[in-house]
Write a protein that binds this ligand. Structure first.
Ligand code: NAD
Ligand code: LMR
Length: 338
């Protein structure tokens, strides 16, 4: 807490105790980087999620303001703010799910890898806190470059002796959200009816939409395949350029992050058949990390689906994706091992 509990915080504590004594249950979720462009709408949407009983909002700036604001929403989650490194451990203790959108975003002309030098260190510090304070939590990594920050997180957890590959997930949901939207536009369907698997990683050619596996089953002309693949792979850049220096995707990312976090929480609750794409430790290819469909359950990633049949275009895309991914993974691993 930023200060000793006041009357309204005492009310929060009573509500939380009441839940602990057999009330409606729910999960404890922390957002690290909660005052940022993604963090704020993500925190707001998590406050609206009935599966969340406690929401911890951590940032190195502005956490008290965002917390005060969101705490006035009349939904049941109890919200607490934590400001600065000295409050990181309090923010993390007891959490079931930790979502990490902390770090700098791209400006036009940059690649996600250009963010490595700043964001690698941020993710390292936050994961050291997780290893110490909530080693059993499910961790959702949003900070870019995801292709490298997830291997960084894995190495930090290995060093601390807490690594459980089932509990560490890189968030690639925005690629799926975009793919569903763009494919629905081409097919003239409602995007909610469309399901496009997107595998590989989360940067440029490593983002590999499997258009041959779109549901409902559909066929595309070669021109449509080129257009859709290019638009899905460069969706992030489309937003970075439209924002013209004011950052990257924040609102669609918050939406995607909450969709993904909700799937993780429903899995933790024991719901059956929760399947989403995510970037995880994997044996689907020869690479140690790869995004594909995974089944989420009480222990995190309970099953990793194979890629399924790929056409020639997708097989060529896969080779390109693997080549770039291998370097990004190695870069993340070396950052911790060096
Ligand atoms: P932002 O600059 O608006 O917000 C980042 C927040 O992180 C800020 O509030 C900042 O104070 C905070 N922060 C910085 N260092 C911190 C630390 N050590 N501990 C806690 N918080 C810290 O940026 P944004 O637009 O919210 O983007 C955040 C990250 O998410 C970027 O790296 C961006 O590239 C990435 N991103 C990923 C995806 C994806 O699909 N995975 C999509 C969009 C953006
Ligand atoms: C995205 O896909 O929107 C994010 O990875 C942010 C970016 O830099 O493109």
């Amino acid at each position: 807490h930023l200060q000793p509990p006041n009357d309204s915080q005492m009310g929060d504590l009573r509500r939380e105790n009441c839940r602990a004594k057999g009330g409606s249950g729910g999960f404890k979720v922390a957002v690290l980087g909660a005052a940022g462009g993604i963090g704020q709408p993500l925190a707001m949407l998590m406050k609206m999620n009935p599966l969340v009983s406690v929401l911890h909002l951590y940032d190195v700036v502005n956490a008290p303001g965002v917390t005060a604001d969101i705490s006035h929403m009349d939904t049941s989650a109890v919200v607490r703010g934590f400001l600065g490194q000295q409050q990181l451990e309090d923010a993390l203790t007891g959490m079931d799910l930790v979502i990490i959108p902390a770090g700098v975003p791209r400006k036009p002309g940059m690649t996600r890898d250009d963010l490595f030098n700043i964001n690698a260190g941020i993710v390292k510090t936050l994961c050291e806190g997780i290893a110490k304070c909530c080693p059993k939590a499910i961790v959702n990594v949003i900070s870019n470059p995801v292709n490298s920050t997830v291997p960084i997180a894995a190495e930090v957890f290995k060093k601390a002796g807490t690594y459980d590959p089932k509990r560490l997930l890189g968030v690639t949901m925005l690629d799926v959200v975009r793919a569903n939207t763009f494919v629905a536009e081409v097919l003239g369907l409602d995007p909610r009816e469309v399901d496009v698997p997107v595998v590989g990683g989360h940067a440029g050619v490593t983002i590999l939409p499997l258009l041959s596996q779109v549901k409902p089953s559909s066929s595309f002309t070669p021109k449509e395949i080129d257009y859709l693949t290019d638009r899905i792979q460069n969706g992030g850049t489309e937003v970075v350029e439209a924002k013209a220096g004011a950052g990257s995707a924040t609102l669609s990312m918050a939406y995607a992050a909450v969709k993904f976090a909700d799937a993780c929480l429903r899995g933790l609750r024991g719901d059956a058949g929760i399947v989403q794409c995510a970037y995880v430790a994997s044996e689907v290819t020869e690479l140690p990390f790869f995004a594909s469909k995974v089944r989420l359950g009480r222990t995190g990633v309970e099953e990793i689906h194979p890629l399924g049949p790929l056409n020639e275009y997708e097989r060529a895309g896969l080779e390109k994706a693997k080549k770039e991914l291998a370097g990004s993974i190695q870069k993340g691993v070396s950052f911790i091992r060096k």
